[in-house]
Design a binder for this molecule. Sequence first.
Ligand SMILES: NC(=O)c1ccc[n+]([C@@H]2O[C@H](COP(=O)([O-])OP(=O)(O)OC[C@H]3O[C@@H](n4cnc5c(N)ncnc54)[C@H](O)[C@@H]3O)[C@@H](O)[C@H]2O)c1
Length: 433
Amino acid sequence: MKIAMVGSGYVGLVSGVCFADFGHEVVCIDKDPGKIERLRAGVMPIYEPGLADLVRRNTVSGRLSFTTDLAEGIAGASAIFIAVGTPSRRGDGHADLSFVYAVAEEIGQSLKNPAVIVTKSTVPVGTGDEVERILAESPIDVRFAVASNPEFLREGAAIDDFKRPDRIVIGSDDEWARSILAEVYRPLFLNRAPILFTARRSAEMIKYAANAFLAVKITFINEIADLCEKVGGDVQDVARGIGLDNRIGPKFLHAGPGYGGSCFPKDTLALLKTGEDHDTPLRIVEAVVKVNDTRKRAMGRKVIEALGESPRGKRVAMLGLTFKPNTDDMRDAPSIAIAQALSDAGVHVSAFDPEGMAGAKLLMPEVEMTTSVYEAIEGADAVVIVTEWDAFRALDFQRIKRIANAPVLVDLRNIYRPDEVRAAGFAYTGVGR
Ligand SMILES: NC(=O)c1ccc[n+]([C@@H]2O[C@H](COP(=O)([O-])OP(=O)(O)OC[C@H]3O[C@@H](n4cnc5c(N)ncnc54)[C@H](O)[C@@H]3O)[C@@H](O)[C@H]2O)c1
């Protein structure tokens, strides 16, 4: 089957190349000519483990190609996915749907064969209706349907998530659209990935409800961590103790600096807006957004406290800047607010991240970017682990003692055992322990 993927970012590129790997013929379309040029040359515009190899393999086989020309890309495609960004709209927190609607308009001007148009972008409930209206009012004179197929992949493990999903959600009441999408996902079907057919609006809700629920879980354990610090408990033990309960489950119970990234912050805000628009306030999600926002700066204060008296003029080495490991994505990363809080207190920050530095440089000009872990640590009064990259899991504490100004470790991801770090002669601060 021929598939067109409009938008070749984190989601579009990964989904497109995985569909090609299933054996479909896929054209990835993007309006950014630089991105398409790089992809054609085999240069990945993002960091995602395994992606470059998979793109190379499927390009060579002739199943995967790239273009900036939407009309050419969608010609002959039975399924056209929309995977463009839906960032927060400046000022009010609603999802900015202008990119989605622009693509719908363009498809409406150029569709020449029957096709299902599928929103893979995360879009508020009702967006599919609007896409359908745009297409219905366009000069299309072939059969079409609009379906929702939200994406649940996690950056850093995107290919594996796409190929071994917990579930595939397809929102459409149209039997023809359902059968085409069942064909698109048939290889996963055979692997018994549960496929859930729902109405379009339910599929749109599922994506927001899932992200909001995960944000609640993270924020819940973060607040329990704060209480553990006050009453003398270890949140790691508490998380394990509750996570072993099947009704709760162990995932998303890692206390840390608060959630960030390209999805949770904007999706929780957009869900609140949908709630407001329909006179149904979502108070739990409201609280989660507030708690998480204040948490990031609170982490800055935690680091400042670890610096002892008169932090002004001192130096902190931040290890990890991306919102999580194994990605170069800096969108809404907690590191941004932490670095800002440190700068505001007159603390000098040096930093190292294995993949995120290019993006980080633009977002935190006050931070000195270095080329290695130990260069960042040189002369530092405290080392702060902000993102739990594997490269930070076996630090050479004796070397740090020699090159740092003071042996102080602030472990915002709880990747070290406090007793071991203290035994190495360091002052240790974790989260909730
Ligand atoms: N990043 C994730 O982990 C993730 C996971 C699940 C869902 N999502 C959702 O998927 C959607 C895409 O997210 P992303 O992180 O891939 O975004 P992204 O910003 O990385 O990529 C979007 C791409 O769309 C392109 N684009 C915009 N307008 C276009 C147009 N008119 N024609 C062609 N291309 C166009 C942009 O140039 C960009 O390359 C969002 O709605 C997001 O919420 C993201």
